[in-house]
Design a protein around this ligand. Sequence first.
Ligand code: GLC
Length: 538
Amino acid sequence: MTRKWWHDVVVYQIYPRSFMDSNGDGVGDLKGIISKLDYLKDLGIGAIWLSPINKSPNVDNGYDISDYYDIMDDFGTISDMRTLVDEMHSRNIKLIMDLVLNHTSDEHYWFKEAKKGRNNKYRDYYIWRDKPNEIESNFGGSAWEYDKYSNQYYFHLHDKRQPDLNWENPLLRKDIEKMINFWLDFGVDGFRFDVIDLIGKEVDNLITKNGPKLHEYLQELNRNTFGKRDVLTVGETWGATPEIAMLYSNPNRNELNMVFQFEVISLDKKEGGHKWDLAPLDFMKFKKSFSKWQTCLYGKGWNSIFGNNHDLPRMVSRWGNDKEYRVESAKMLATMLHMQMGTPYIYQGEEIGMTNVKFDSIDDYNDIECLTMYKERMQQGYNIEEIMNSIYVKGRDNARTPMQWSSGKNASFTEGIPWLKINENYKEINVEQALNDKDSIYYYYKDLINLRKKYDAIKYGEFKLILEENKEVFAYTRTYKNEQLLVICNFYEDTTEIIVPREFLGKDYSILISNYKEKTSLEEKIKLRPYESIVYKL
Ligand code: GLC
């Protein structure tokens, strides 16, 4: 495999609204990010994925762009963006920009023009029909909104203030290319493409995801924009199977470098239900899913590895134990992910084990998806406790509460009133505390990041699930030439015993990392403590 810079780099995702506020308006901004670059450099990450920073009326916190060439007022100016890119590059950190190409804000110039009438030059940049069909929006309700003025409906797969772009229109595609080239010339080092699997939709055939022309569009985009540069491209694809992921990420096809796939993310909801319809995690499926993705893409594509992002609940609350074993379980989950092949993504606050939040009142929530669901389910007669519980478990604001920098006022996120309440556990869980404790989750992540740089087995080793039928332990090997790693993670709070397969015994070994001070030696029978994880190098 040709080696690429993103094979040993760990990417850190910043949700700018919640990262660091420099001017006291309660909202994070670019200058705030600049002030924390040394912190990130010290963690060892090689790139930052910035959630959207373009101009936006913030219906969906920046995922509704009204000007692709400008910066959101809350975040700063284009000159702050220049400084940010330069400051990052001087620290050898690359910038991955988030681009929303499936839809714009209804305040985008193109849509304002399109609404002027059927003959407007930009009418066909969006999707208009005389009659709606049964397609539903991902945020709930119909995907069609009536426009009185022209007596037609326009299509939106998210909020009605996020109209979908019509990728069948070559003029739109040219305008998108122009914009991407503008940002490449500006100096960005890659893109995360929002809901990219939706751009090939054929609404009349009821196709939204993975439409027939999707890959053709991506190849065209690649050819005319980023394909000529050494950048990282990752697409968000909720509907990808490994076969589909290979289409995107097979280097010979010239599309993207990798995708985010969400198979394991969907394992704790009722089958056929919505994400809000909760079910316990099926751990056996969870292990098998990771294993499938690791093996299917081996040598044929590339994985992205993550357990958190701005749309997901906090991993330690979801799959770990955010009470008595917060530190142990956060480290175990990090080990389980970071020893896999692919590019790992850390979401802000993950490196200090930030947890989910519980606000008593719906008024304290901000996320459009959650508020839409609340309204809908209240009307449908759901019980309020059940609704709030789904929000506590799955709501996107879990990930969006401000970054906890210290135990001081507003967790030192802002001098003003934070746009979203801070998780009250900031007094115990914060960066200052983590930096002062050499056993903190932060330093553990730092070690994991360094290990990836050092060992080819972590970057390129073949993955093999072992102890497949074990219902408590996730264990696998990574093998590259004569380097072999044995990764063992106890996923639960009970002590458990495993029998180590013979092939791993009787050899010289070292321990690369472990989340308990007293190290467990590699023997035929191993007793694993609560959430214990350990990586042996054979
Ligand atoms: C993606 C984003 C999410 C956003 C949606 C619509 O899923 O990650 O935050 O709401 O697209 O743009």
